[in-house]
Design a binder for this molecule. Structure first.
Ligand SMILES: CC(C)(COP(=O)(O)OP(=O)(O)OC[C@H]1O[C@@H](n2cnc3c(N)ncnc32)[C@H](O)[C@@H]1OP(=O)(O)O)[C@@H](O)C(=O)NCCC(=O)NCCS
Length: 210
């Protein structure tokens, strides 16, 4: 069974993963959602106007009321700047599997932040939520994302041709990666934690969940 506890605050060496707030809208728009360099590697088109970001953020913030909604803003500990987002989605009740997705603002690429955030979310999913398997896919012309997945312990399983069609109507071949909880726990039994602090709003009630 997956133990959902919403989107708890997770602190890593250099980052705070936290819920997004409506007051973050300008940074979310400026730092990644309006930037074609980021959206070119995703499915959605870049936002042309901040009102699109307001609408998207209202949806995200509204979803925090749900226990099974896991969507973190990625904040730097040094100056509290908001540099990206990472989320777990497509939770499957039968398999107890889910998917992960992430984006960072262009100014913060190639400094290890994507890897640091993904490692923490993978650890949280397996050690605290009891997720069975995490999958992710990246366009094969976006190798940096595959590198991040491998550095977080995920393995490439398959390439799917024309798996997505982006906002420019281009089909993209994608590499699909995955990691099993059993493999993660076995391989990380003595590994240091990437989670320095974890603040849950909800206490998991195992009796209620059973
Ligand atoms: C993918 C993304 C999250 C990576 O985040 P990041 O913080 O830059 O990642 P990291 O710095 O932790 O690691 C990136 C790695 O890719 C490598 N890399 C960067 N560009 C590369 C390229 N063109 N080819 C091969 N490797 C590349 C870097 O050298 C680094 O590896 P290293 O640590 O061994 O040097 C970020 O680029 C991003 O947000 N891109 C746009 C949105 C996106 O692609 N999201 C993922 C969709 S699947």
């Amino acid at each position: 069974m997956i133990y959902f506890s919403g989107t708890p605050l997770i602190e890593t060496e250099r980052l705070i993963l936290r819920k997004l707030e409506m007051s973050d809208v300008q940074k979310v728009y400026d730092h990644w959602l309006s930037d074609e360099r980021v959206s070119d590697n995703r499915v959605s088109a870049p936002h042309q106007n901040i009102s699109e970001t307001v609408e998207r953020m209202a949806e995200i913030v509204g979803n925090y009321a749900k226990k099974d909604f896991c969507w973190w803003g990625i904040e730097l500990k040094t100056d509290y700047d908001l540099i990206g987002e990472i989320d777990l989605y497509n939770f499957d009740k039968d398999t107890e599997n889910c998917e992960v997705s992430y984006s960072l603002g262009y100014n913060w690429w190639n400094q290890g932040y994507g890897t640091e955030a993904l490692k923490a979310v993978v650890e949280f999913s397996f050690r605290y939520m009891n997720v069975h398997k995490i999958s992710a896919a990246h366009n094969i012309d976006n190798p940096a994302s595959g590198k991040v997945m491998r550095k977080a312990g995920m393995e490439k399983e398959v390439i799917i041709k024309h798996m997505i069609r982006n906002a420019k109507k281009e089909y993209k071949d994608c590499a699909v990666y995955g990691i099993l909880q059993t493999d993660y726990l076995r391989e990380n039994v003595n590994a240091p934690t990437s989670i320095l602090k974890l603040e849950m709003d909800i206490t998991i009630n195992l009796e209620e969940d059973n």
